[in-house]
Structure formats: C-alpha cells, structure tokens
Design a binder for this molecule. Structure first.
Ligand code: ADP
Length: 324
C-alpha cells in the first residue's frame, strides 16, 4: 500500500472548507492507502494564538477528524510536535531550499497581509516544515484542498533537491485534490479559514448555520430580489454542488439566473442539506470531546508509530549527509 499523509492545523474550529475541501476526501482514501493524519500544531503557532486554549484545540481537532469518519482503526492520527524529528528534518531541508522559492508562496503573501503585526520566520518557513511532515514518512499521496497545491509542488522540489545532492532518498509526493476550487469565506473576500471570522464550523448548530448563511455574500451585482444573478460566481452555488441533490443544484442555478428564486430561499435549501450532513458529525464529535481520554489514547498510539518511522528516516538522511 502506498502511504498517504495530510495535516490540519489546530488553529480554531474546523469548518466546512476543511471538511468539504479535505477531510471528506480523506475518509474515502482509508482503504486505498496507509493513511497518516497529523494535527499540525507547529504550523498553527506561526500566527498569534492563545496559549491557554491550544491543548483543547488540539483535542477538538482530533475529535472532529475522527467524527468526520477518520476511524483510528483504519488510519494513524498524531500531533506534529510529539514527533520532534519533523523539525529536525525541516532544518536539514532549509539548507537545500532557495529563499526565493518561499517568498513566492501565495499562503505566505496572504497570511503576511492578514497578520501584519506578526510576520515571523516560521510563517516564511512553513512550506519547508510541511515538506518535512510529508517526506519523513516517504508519503506519496497528499490529499489537500486547492489552497495547498503550491506547497505540495514545493515539497516535490525539496525531495528532488535533496535526492540530487545526497542520493536517492525521497519519493516525489503528488497532491490529490477534489476538483472544487477553494471554498470562499462567508465574507466572499478570502478563502474560508479557521483563523478568520468567515467560516461555518462543524460544531455550529442548525440555527447558527442558517444565521451565518443568511449573511453570506453572494453575487454582489445582484442587489435586489428581482435582479437576475450569476450563480457561477456565487460561493453558495459552490456549496450546493457539494451538498445538494442534482435536482436542487439545477433548480437554484436556473432560477437564480432568471430571478425566480431569492438568495435567502436558495440559502435555506443549502442550510437544510448542510445540517443533514453535519448533524451526525457534530453529535459524534460532542461525545468524543466529552471523553478526551479516548482521543488522547488515539494520539498516543499515533505518536508511537510515527516516531519509529520518522527516526528511521532521519537516521538514513543523516548517514547520507555524513552526519552519522
Ligand atoms: P485553515 O486554513 O482553515 O487553517 P488548514 O491549513 O488546517 O486550514 O487546512 C486543512 C485542510 O483543509 C487542507 O488540506 C486545506 O487545503 C483544506 N482547506 C482549508 N481551507 C479550505 C478552503 N477554504 N477550501 C478548500 N479547502 C480548504
């Protein structure tokens, strides 16, 4: 079985962008690959955060991943900082990475803009640590949302640079991305993100989902109920395509174009479908959050397995580099 790796930041509530853009896809791959999923806390600290809430966010992220269907009997789930070899390999990769490559990364540009008061070296170096996360397990498949493709391509370059300098060691990983584009935030401006107030959380109640959708930006040119809309540029249609039936997608698209349906009516159909998909997840996550010991056991088992693999890779790397 080929190995698969992906990560999620414990930087806030998991949201429907994470679920529809990534986690739902991961669940489908459990039987096809040897799957390793990581709660990437070292990535999350590259933006300002509250120290007191970090532990609960780590547990919550793991609980929600399990609740979404990442059954711990079928995959490995662990916390990045529990396996210190990731940062050790990242340092080594820093030495085969040109600075210019990192400056070009879209995520770095966007996050530096959003967090102007805290543009730290970790944020700049983020893709190098991500390359280490993947390559330390010699993972080949990396299922990510569209926003992360550039980083996976960067990981391929790191693998190539290391291999050509020190000898064949790492496979070049490939991304597996659902063909849905990135899910925009409710503000219609940035991608939906945990660290921005523009998301619908997996833990939101049906009422909260309705309320949030009601305020979501649609086609900005559709100012009045009687104006025809352009569903192709509307984030709500993107979400319908991921959650509604063929018939409903066809209906809202056609009716929007001829002003036969108002935005609120269209959003309420979506709210119904979103609630139906998220309710069982919310319920399972609630049970797990009430029993954090169960989640900690999963993460402990994950750590044991991952440390063994990671230590072996680092040993191989250091030997090839003349460090051992
Ligand atoms: P966030 O930006 O919300 O902190 P992460 O960096 O933890 O998300 O990403 C976890 C996974 O979710 C990644 O595979 C990422 O590509 C995916 N993802 C995050 N936001 C979106 C989005 N708005 N649309 C599609 N996929 C997304």
């Amino acid at each position: 079985m080929k190995r698969l790796f992906s990560g999620i930041q414990p930087s806030g509530d998991l949201h429907i962008g994470n679920y529809l853009g990534a986690i739902r896809n991961w669940v489908r791959m459990l039987t096809e690959y040897d799957c390793i999923f990581c709660i990437v806390d070292y990535h999350a600290i590259t933006i300002s955060y509250e120290v007191e809430t970090m532990q609960s966010r780590i547990i919550n992220a793991a609980a929600e991943c399990i609740a979404c269907g990442l059954n711990p009997d079928e995959c490995t789930i662990f916390v990045q900082s529990h396996v210190p070899e990731h940062t050790e390999l990242a340092w080594i990769f820093n030495t085969v990475t040109p600075m210019g490559d990192l400056g070009r990364m879209t995520q770095f540009k966007e996050k530096s803009e959003q967090h102007k008061q805290n543009v730290n070296v970790g944020l700049f170096d983020y893709p190098v640590l991500q390359a280490a996360d993947i390559l330390i397990y010699k993972a080949e498949a990396v299922p990510v949302g569209q926003d992360q493709i550039q980083h996976i391509e960067f990981s391929r370059r790191v693998a190539r640079a290391f291999n050509s300098r020190y000898g064949e060691t790492f496979p070049e990983p490939f991304h597996l991305t659902p063909n849905i584009g990135r899910i925009m935030g409710l503000d219609g401006k940035s991608k939906m993100s945990k660290s921005l107030e523009n998301h619908i959380s997996l833990s939101d109640s049906p009422e909260a989902i309705k309320k949030k959708l009601a305020t979501a930006v649609t086609d900005i040119n559709r100012k009045r109920r009687n104006d025809p809309g352009n569903p192709e540029i509307c984030n709500i249609l993107t979400l319908h395509r991921l959650l509604s039936t063929e018939k409903e997608i066809e209906y809202v698209g056609t009716e929007c174009r001829k002003a036969g349906i108002g935005c609120i009516e269209c959003k309420m159909i979506l709210a119904k479908n979103m609630t139906a998909e998220l309710e069982p997840i919310r319920e399972r996550a609630r049970e797990l959050k009430e029993n954090p010991e169960r989640v900690r056991e999963v993460l402990e088992a994950g750590k044991r397995r991952c440390r063994t693999i990671a230590a072996e890779t680092v040993r191989e790397v250091k030997t090839k580099m003349g460090l051992l």
